[in-house]
Ligand binder design. Structure first.
Ligand code: PHE
Length: 347
């Protein structure tokens, strides 16, 4: 290469080619890749020019170097400018597509809560737990003996009827009351006894206030000198904690074969404070549970000396308390799992 005319031509060709190629590119990544291919020191059209230096006569070397640097500078500036242009455009596009409207309302976070029946059961367990009651969990499948006979419910009692009771066999049934647990506890243990027994019970019964399966909480205290006054004292604490400080109890004579005397326990209406309203049917009182002094026959049947010991027992309907407390007028609402209802009750 006697002069650099040939080189000048070659460089002009490269420039021309690059100029055309650049118009075909439309993003920064393509510019980056193209720049790499042009500037590659082995294969690139500009990058490899310096490797030719060895073949250039000494007197032309400096001129050659100058020209190569010139085109390298030109190409670098072209690539830079185009890359910057595309990067700005790309950034702008990203801003547009990822724009966040911070004034939009946020997604509602849903939080679960315990079922109202569970909430009430836990509250009752806590209340009696604080009075020193232990928990006895009985069996849902019972022998006829524990559910009826031992509770002084004779063979021909109407409660045993197929209409009321789900019998599994002549001997076994789904318990109709948690009172069956009383017998198991008294058979297993001598007084002092102080237990509550929460659990499911089953009766062939189905209307707005009755369900074939519902929950009860049995209470049983057996010791020396236990009277009806102890019962009322404990129940007073219970209803005040559940329905409010100023709630009172009233005992009405009733009948259960396993308690003597037996009572129905009413609470003063916590809605109208006794003035009379729809909830208390104008009477100022609401019936909440059955209770009584444990029948001596039942104590003796379990091997407890009724001359030494006496007992009290009560049976609370858990759904009934939940319905009263939360103003639920149909027991089915507690079995339907409708979140529109259940979400409203979170004590
Ligand atoms: N077991 C009775 C019922 O289901 C309630 C009760 C329990 C009554 C304990 C007195 C004593 O109706």
């Amino acid at each position: 290469m006697a002069d650099l005319g040939e080189l000048s031509e070659k460089l002009a060709g490269i420039k021309q080619e690059i100029t055309v190629e650049l118009t075909k590119l439309d993003n920064s990544k393509a510019v980056f890749e193209y720049r790499k291919s042009i500037m590659d020191s082995k294969t690139g059209k500009i990058g490899s020019l310096m490797r030719e230096m060895g073949k250039i006569p000494n007197e032309l070397k400096s001129e050659y170097g100058k020209k190569v640097n010139e085109i390298r500078g030109w190409a670098t500036a072209e690539f830079d400018a185009l890359e910057v242009k595309f990067k700005e455009q790309e950034m702008q596009r990203r801003y547009e597509s990822e724009k966040i409207d911070v004034t939009l309302p946020s997604k509602k976070l849903t939080r679960g809560n315990l079922h109202p029946t569970t909430q009430v059961r836990n509250q009752i367990v806590d209340i009696f737990g604080s009075m020193g009651f232990a928990i006895y969990e009985g069996n849902e499948i019972e022998k006829d003996y524990y559910n009826f006979t031992a509770l002084n419910i004779p063979q021909d009692h109407p409660a045993r009827d197929m209409q009321d009771t789900f019998y599994l066999s002549p001997e076994f049934l789904l318990r109709t009351q948690t009172s069956s647990g009383q017998i198991h506890v008294m058979e297993a243990q001598q007084p002092p006894i102080k237990i509550i027994s929460p659990g499911k019970v089953f009766r062939s019964d189905d209307d707005a206030t009755h369900s074939p399966m519902f929950s009860q909480m049995e209470g049983l205290v057996v010791d020396k000198g236990i009277t009806l006054c102890d019962l009322q004292g404990m129940l007073d604490v219970f209803v005040q904690k559940i329905f409010g400080e100023d709630t009172k109890t009233r005992l009405r004579p009733s009948y259960f074969p396993f308690t003597e005397p037996s009572v129905e326990v009413d609470v003063s209406c916590f809605q109208c404070k006794g003035c009379g309203c729809k909830l208390c049917k104008g009477t100022g009182w609401i019936e909440v549970l059955g209770a009584g002094v444990v029948n001596n026959t039942v104590l003796e049947g379990c091997g407890i000396d009724s001359n030494v010991y006496s007992g009290l027992a009560f049976g609370i309907g858990i759904e009934r308390i939940a319905m009263l407390k939360y103003g639920i007028n149909n027991i089915k609402l507690l079995f339907e799992s409708d979140l529109r209802v259940l979400d409203q009750i979170d004590d």
